[in-house]
Design a protein around this ligand. Structure first.
Ligand SMILES: [Zn+2]
Length: 63
């Protein structure tokens, strides 16, 4: 799982936070991170639109 250093939250869709962070190469990545402790799902996307779509379609197993 990638490090979440410098994660900057921009919005929240259900239990999922959308935000940006820098990868180790200094590139901005768009991340979707489920805030439910019992889920732990997270993923990086190349665009905020993709991250939002993933957040909306995330089926949280802990819900
Ligand atoms: Zn979840």
């Amino acid at each position: 799982m990638p490090a979440r250093d410098n994660f900057h939250s921009l919005m929240r869709i259900g239990p999922v936070q959308i935000g940006t962070h820098r990868d180790r190469h200094g590139h901005t990545k768009h991340a979707a991170v489920c805030t439910n402790d019992h889920c732990g799902w997270s993923a990086d996307y190349s665009s905020q639109t993709a991250a939002q779509l993933a957040a909306r379609t995330h089926r949280c197993p802990a819900r």
